[in-house]
Ligand binder design. Structure first.
Ligand code: 2BA
Length: 110
């Protein structure tokens, strides 16, 4: 294993992406995460792979995740204090996936 692909995807796409990864015999860990802007749930995949499979992982992510428009509602964004409060609904385009590819120094399993 030489690379770690970290992909933040929308919850709606996460089970389809997991299934596709398993089908291709790729190993991954899903973490429940929260987008700091929308303050709503998304899913972060950690996928450890050999360098020569990175491109196929990226293609799987691209094929299984789509971008959607989402409304950020002022009420849900308010939280416990008024910091970041937006007084009107804002429509944002949430990308299909935000992906980081990192080098891996060591991969150990005990
Ligand atoms: P959120 O932070 O909830 O952001 C959701 C969407 O809101 C973003 O979609 C973007 O269209 C918009 N947005 C975010 N910050 C904004 C701002 N300061 N002003 C205006 N619009 C803003 P994506 O860019 O596709 O990001 C989807 C999710 O991916 C993010 O959810 C976050 O969880 C993650 N993400 C995006 N960029 C990241 C980065 N550089 N580092 C770590 N995570 C990132």
């Amino acid at each position: 294993m030489k690379k770690l692909v970290i992909a933040v995807v929308q919850d709606k796409d996460s089970s389809r992406l997991s299934d596709a990864l398993v089908k291709q015999n790729l190993r991954a860990t899903k973490l429940a995460s929260t987008g700091s802007f929308l303050k709503s749930g998304n899913t972060t995949f950690m996928i450890g792979v050999e360098e020569d499979r990175v491109d196929s992982v990226l293609k799987l992510i691209q094929d299984n995740c789509r971008s959607r428009k989402q409304i950020m509602s002022p009420i849900t964004s308010m939280g416990t204090n008024a910091e970041g409060y937006v007084p009107y609904p804002v429509e944002v385009e949430v990308g299909g996936a935000t992906v980081f590819v990192l080098p891996v120094d060591q991969f150990l399993q005990f």
